[in-house]
Ligand binder design. Structure first.
Ligand code: SAH
Ligand code: SF4
Length: 401
């Protein structure tokens, strides 16, 4: 017997999203050269032309920053329209932009109509650093970190990681349509993966995104201008050196396992000695390729002279610099920032042992944009109906990553 047609009620937010985001076309952003090569063949590009087409498209997107295929003037009209039939080049949507009194800009970026992440631009005298996110939320619950209070919602795709850079380059007018700009002319000269999330728990997308960002025919930021910060996902650390080659920062923060277990709970899985062994074996380690140890200064927790002495003993033999980060408070935290006097005393001990020990000036504190203050309102949603209208798979709030 024929079943009566049942209309599954749609969640109102899915309907709203459908309006905003429904599109049968995937983005062209975030595909590696190999993936793009394959896709261009798939849409009917002549095999003999595919290499040339790929180079043309790549330069338009990543060197010139265009946002529609129509502007690709050196490409024939029929091929532009073929590209347009299959892809889009849209940016992430800036839901909110806050500008600090020190010039720092914090962006709240909408990924898919239901998840948001934060990215921060920090202008300095000789450079401009963009801090980007790798996940919505974080699984790791470091007790002093605001992001850690937000559950992991999902990993970002390579398109969303690269998308942060493109979107903010647009906003800061950091494209030079005619040539590859020199580094000192760039508004974004450095990128740090120090926003929301643990980059090494989203390794493949982070790797693909960084290769796109470093590609010499595109955004062309050198690997020495990109720093990936990890809380210490030991099995992935060597891969960063071998497969990405960017600079590495370690969220160290304590000199005994008992304190580090509390501050950075991943320490229970890979403790201080295991982490240090992996760093001693880090490929290409040298004085010009030093590891940055990040050390958050928490009053009466990890900031004694004894801690400073233990720290330099622990890292002895590793080409390193130690970034002291005054704790940035957030609502409901029980931790307090160490006093300036204490931070200076700690820095002096580290410095006398031969390590650079800059104190990281808190930036964008008035807009909650400083290290560890980022958190979006995205939460895990209940699983959506099995077949939600025509919203694309990539646009659905995932619950299972
Ligand atoms: N998940 C990665 C990268 C993001 S955090 C990691 O943990 O390394 C970027 C840096 O900010 C890390 O060193 C982190 O420990 C530090 N941080 C987190 N919360 C902070 C806070 N409230 N004050 C100062 N630094 C903080
Ligand atoms: Fe996650 Fe890094 Fe924050 Fe720890 S410090 S909770 S790893 S974002």
């Amino acid at each position: 017997m024929k079943q009566p047609k049942v209309n599954i009620p749609l969640l109102p937010e899915v309907l709203a999203r459908k309006e905003l985001y429904s599109s049968a076309k995937p983005t062209i952003i975030g595909l590696t050269r190999e993936e793009l090569h394959e896709k261009l063949l798939k849409i009917g590009t002549e095999p003999k032309d595919v290499k040339m087409r790929l180079n043309q498209v790549w330069r338009w997107i990543y060197q010139k920053g265009i946002t529609n295929f129509e502007s690709m003037h050196n490409i024939s009209k029929p091929y532009r329209s073929l590209l347009n039939d299959h892809f889009h080049i849209r940016r992430l949507k800036i839901s909110e932009k806050l500008i600090s009194s020190d010039g720092t800009k914090k962006y709240l970026l909408s990924l898919d109509g239901c998840n948001e992440i934060e990215a921060v631009y920090i202008p300095e005298k000789n450079r401009g650093t963009l801090c980007i996110s790798s996940q919505v939320g974080c699984t790791l619950n470091c007790s002093f970190c605001h992001t850690g209070t937000q559950k992991l919602v999902r990993n970002l795709s390579a398109a969303e990681i690269v998308g942060q850079v493109l979107t903010i380059k647009d906003d800061l007018n950091d494209w030079n349509p005619n040539a590859k700009p020199k580094l000192d002319k760039r508004i974004i000269s450095n990128i740090v993966l120090m926003g929301m999330g643990e980059p090494l728990y989203n390794y493949d997308s982070v790797k693909d995104a960084l290769h796109i960002i470093m590609d010499n025919e595109g955004i062309a930021l050198s690997k020495k201008r990109i720093t990936l910060s990890t809380s210490g996902v030991v099995p992935q650390i060597e891969k960063v050196g071998n497969e990405i080659g960017c600079l590495l920062a370690i969220s160290f923060h304590a000199t005994t396992d008992s304190i580090r277990d509390k501050l950075v709970p991943i320490n229970k899985k890979w403790n201080i000695q295991t982490l240090l062994t992996s760093l001693r074996n880090y490929p290409k380690l040298s004085n010009s390729h030093r590891i940055t140890f990040e050390y958050v200064m928490l009053k009466n927790i990890n900031d004694s002279d004894e801690d400073a002495r233990r720290l330099v003993q622990l890292i002895s033999g590793i080409p390193a610099k130690i970034n002291l980060i005054p704790f940035n408070p957030w609502p409901e935290t029980l931790y307090q920032r160490s006093t300036r006097k204490r931070i200076d005393a700690f820095a002096t001990i580290v410095n006398r042992a031969g390590y650079a020990s800059p104190v990281r000036l808190p930036r964008g504190e008035d807009i909650m944009a400083a290290c560890g203050q980022l958190k979006s309102a995205s939460t895990k949603e209940k699983r959506l109906p099995k077949k939600p209208v025509e919203v694309q798979e990539s646009q659905i709030c995932r619950t299972n990553i």
